[in-house]
Every structure is written in C-alpha cells, then in structure tokens.
Design a protein around this ligand. Structure first.
Ligand SMILES: [Cu+2]
Length: 284
C-alpha cells in the first residue's frame, strides 16, 4: 500500500508502508543498529533494543523508506493496514484519524542501493514496529516488531542544526540556513504528524513563485511549471508530535523550500504544503 497523500495531482508524497524479517538479535548498548531492507521490502534488524538514543544505519537493495512507529496497546498491524488503505486510498477520514490516534510516528530515513541512510532516534520502553513505507502493498508479516526493554543506555541526539515544526502545520522561521552537509535534527513541536522535506528552488525562481504556484493549485487553476525541483533535496520519514530525530544529509548548495506533504484529512487530505507549510531555507 502506498501512503499516497491524495494530493492535488501535482505533487505526491508517498509513504508506502512495508517490511519485516527478523534476526532476533539484541543490539549491544551504544552500537550502531544495522538495518537492512531487502528487495521484497522486508526489514532485517535486531528485534530487541535498549531504551535510549540509537544510531540506525539503513542499507537497502533498492530505494526504501525506513520508518519507526510506536503503536498503542491493542492496535494491530492488520488494523493499521486496513486504516491506511481506507484513509489514503479511499479518503476515509475516520480510518485515517484512527491510524493517527493509535500510532506515534517516531521518525525514519530513506536509503538507496549504494547509499545508506543514517538516523538517530530516542526509543522509549515498549513495542515499536519497523517498516519500509516505500512499496505500494504491504502485509502484516512485513512489519517487524521491535521490543525496547531493559536498562536505558541514555544518550542524546547528536548536536546539529535543528529544523522545527510548530503550530498546526507550520515551520519555525529559524534557522534561515544550514550547512550543505552534516547532520540535521528534525523536531516536531506541533500537534500533527509531519514529513521534513527539502526541495530545491529552480534557478531564477523565488519564494513568490512558490506562493503563486501554491495559490493556483489550491484555487484549482493551472499552476504552470513547478518552481521547485522535487528531485533535489531530501524527505525524512514521518515525525510525530513531540518526537525528534537526527539524520545525515549531503546536498548541493543553493536555495531550497522546506515542505511537508502529510495530508490533512479534514481538508480533503490536502497536503500541509498547500495549507501553507513551506518556507525558504538556504543550504550551504
Ligand atoms: Cu506537515
């Protein structure tokens, strides 16, 4: 199943959902947690972790979108998949809200063949699920259960520039710039789920062009060519309210637009970007 934000046709955000095999190993404290996403979108990683901050190195046969989630007790994998199907595929608002109510989205990072994704996240005691959200179809057996238990190893997210979501669906205005590469922390202080995405402004285009583009789309007018090149940038996994993660990145220097395509079910699943969740960010 593909978590396609039922958008306005022009830009699609996808968060497929899939994944799992197990090496029922336990990671030693402080070690990097090695994650492998197979060709068939199964996640292979230790199924027991200590509470605290972990560094995850994600390798993947093809493109993958590794995502950690923390389900409420009683919410099942099959219920999740049914809710996602109904929400994303059929626009069922109640199903979508049930999914958001029963699942904390704890961050994620994408990887490609030959290009690993690296993220840090703080895990609390309890049960998590790990999955690849990229594929269009997913079965409960592809969602890997990870138990977080035992003594906390503590730790904190690495020092990094911090991008923040606030309000209902807005970006904090600072920082105005981040380095071209390194680590970035994605902090969600808002009350909704968000992707943290960067997409490069095309040469000669400005944020005013993006304003006009977004206005045309929300008004149902022909927006013309996108002033943003969506293929240059990054998109994190989904970071839920009160959650934070850090990830490695490496981008060409330039002007970017920070965007989020998480849908608003009460507004016809309109992605947050089209509700105003975008701003300029200088890289490098
Ligand atoms: Cu958002």
């Amino acid at each position: 199943m593909r978590l396609v934000a039922a958008t306005v046709g022009v830009v699609l955000a996808s968060t497929g959902l899939a994944a799992a095999t197990s090496s029922s190993a336990t990671a030693a404290p402080g070690d990097t947690v090695k994650v492998k996403v197979t060709q068939r979108n199964f996640v292979d990683m230790p199924t027991t972790l200590a509470p605290g901050v972990h560094r995850f190195a994600v390798r993947s046969v093809g493109h993958s979108a590794f995502q950690l989630v923390r389900p409420d007790a009683g919410y099942s994998k099959s219920q999740l998949l049914a809710d996602l199907d109904a929400g994303f595929e059929n626009g069922d608002v109640r199903a979508f809200k049930r999914f958001e109510r029963n699942l904390q989205l704890a961050g994620g990072v994408s990887a490609d063949s030959g290009e690993k994704g690296v993220m840090w996240a703080k895990l609390k005691r309890g049960t998590y699920w790990a999955l690849d959200t990229d594929p269009a179809d997913l079965r409960p057996s592809q969602i890997l259960t990870v138990k977080v238990r035992g003594e906390s190893q503590g730790g904190s997210l690495p020092a990094a520039a911090t991008l923040t979501a606030s309000g209902d669906a807005a970006w904090a205005p600072d920082p105005a710039a981040i380095p071209a590469s390194g680590k970035v922390t994605l902090r969600n202080e808002s009350n909704a789920n968000h992707f943290f995405g960067l997409a490069r402004l095309k040469a000669g285009r400005t944020l005013a062009d993006v304003d006009a583009f977004v206005a045309a789309i929300t008004n149902g007018d022909n927006p013309g060519k996108s002033p943003i090149r969506f293929g240059v940038g990054f998109e994190s996994g989904v970071v839920g309210p009160g959650q934070a993660m850090t990830m490695n990145y490496d981008l060409p220097a330039g002007e970017y637009v920070m965007v989020c395509f998480w849908p608003m079910p009460e507004h016809d699943f309109m992605p947050h970007m089209f509700m105003g969740m975008y701003r300029q960010l200088t890289v490098g």
